[in-house]
Design a protein around this ligand. Structure first.
Ligand code: 2P0
Length: 331
């Protein structure tokens, strides 16, 4: 077994049909399949260095020690890797996010996809993408999708051990080279994590059962809209799915409301632009920021319209990107 220092980059992803509800909270097994688009340069750069002298795993994220809840997830992923590699050596890890943490953008998705890729190679494993996707999923559900580039589907699977719950690529990044705008809405760090929000929705939301049934229909409709590169149809399913997810959040007890006034401002702006003929649509994750998909030729005016909304702090611009990959070590 060869141990070596390895660096990997994994991109963030934005769900077009959402993962919101688990059938297993330890293995991160979802109740419904979901579809995402992989972002280009927003993500996590992670170094993993197994060190025989270490008594336990240590990890820093953005130059700060990772908190206990995060370390439990990291050790879960590393534990699986060590078992596969037949090693009992601990590791030092360092991760830098190029995506703002805990602002409604999925930093945990890129973080655990980068961790799975860097650590598996650091322990001498060369895993296929399906296995990497399942491994990343055990850290954070949405990380299963960041292994792949382009447009990606995470199959919920049926098995109790999660061996059939993994992501696969539907279409490569160049199938539909959309521009992706992230309208960041001012509200500081979000207060309820996705992990605990999902628990609340499943146990206490009045609309949860209908939501899960709708997700399976939306996955099929989303596949068709992507295949046809049809923005009107994509808007129907993507906006409908995001609104329905936030509906289950709002119908949780206690109610969960991630939106700020500017969130609603962006929703209306995107709908008005589309009514006037601009091909674009929005989605919202577990936060107040809004992601807008738009044809590149219209991206400039749409970004300007979003930036003009009171309460929108910045508008990031990116595009559909490739999946997780190794980064050559310098020197
Ligand atoms: C998604 N989200 O599909 C949905 C939409 C948030 C809203 O996946 O508990 O951080 O680590 O499996 O992956 C965020 O949830 O949750 C998420 P865990 P995760 O992108």
């Amino acid at each position: 077994m060869s141990l070596q220092r390895v660096t990997a980059f994994a991109p963030s992803n934005i769900a077009l049909t959402k993962y919101w509800g688990k059938r297993d909270h330890t293995l991160n097994l979802p109740l419904a399949s979901s579809i995402s688009v992989t972002l280009s340069e927003l993500g996590s750069l992670t170094v993993c260095a197994p060190e025989p002298g270490l008594s336990h795993d240590v990890m820093a994220v953005d130059d700060r020690p990772l908190d206990d809840a995060g370390m439990i997830k990291v050790r879960r992923v590393l534990g699986i890797i060590r078992e596969m590699a037949g090693s009992d050596v601990h590791a030092g890890l360092n991760s830098i996010n190029t995506v703002p943490t805990a602002r409604g953008l999925a930093s945990s998705a890129s973080a655990f996809a980068a961790l799975a890729m860097a650590a598996s190679h650091a322990y001498g494993l060369d895993l296929d993408k399906a296995t990497l996707s399942r491994l990343a999923r055990t850290g954070s559900g949405s990380a299963s999708r960041s292994i792949h580039g382009g447009f990606v589907q995470w199959e919920c699977g049926q098995k109790a051990d999660g061996s059939d719950s993994e992501a696969r690529q539907l279409f490569a990044a160049d199938h539909w080279p959309l521009t992706i705008l992230v309208a960041q809405v001012r509200d500081g760090k979000k207060k309820v994590s996705s992990t605990s929000g999902m628990r609340m929705a499943a146990s206490d939301s009045l609309t949860f059962r209908g939501w899960i049934e709708q997700c399976e229909k939306d996955v099929i409709a989303c596949q068709a809209a992507l295949a046809a590169k049809d923005m009107e149809r994509l808007a129907d399913v993507v906006e409908g799915n995001a609104m329905a997810m936030h509906g289950t959040m709002m119908a949780s007890r206690p109610p969960l409301l991630y939106w700020q006034p500017a969130t609603v401002g962006v929703i209306h702006t995107v709908r008005n632009l589309r009514a006037e003929g601009t091909a674009c649509c929005f989605t919202i994750d577990a936060g107040s920021s809004v992601v807008v998909l738009v044809e590149p030729s219209d991206a400039g005016p749409v970004a300007e319209a979003l930036a003009a909304i009171d309460g929108v702090e910045t508008v990031l611009q990116t595009r559909v990107g490739e999946g997780a990959r190794l980064v050559p070590e310098r020197g």
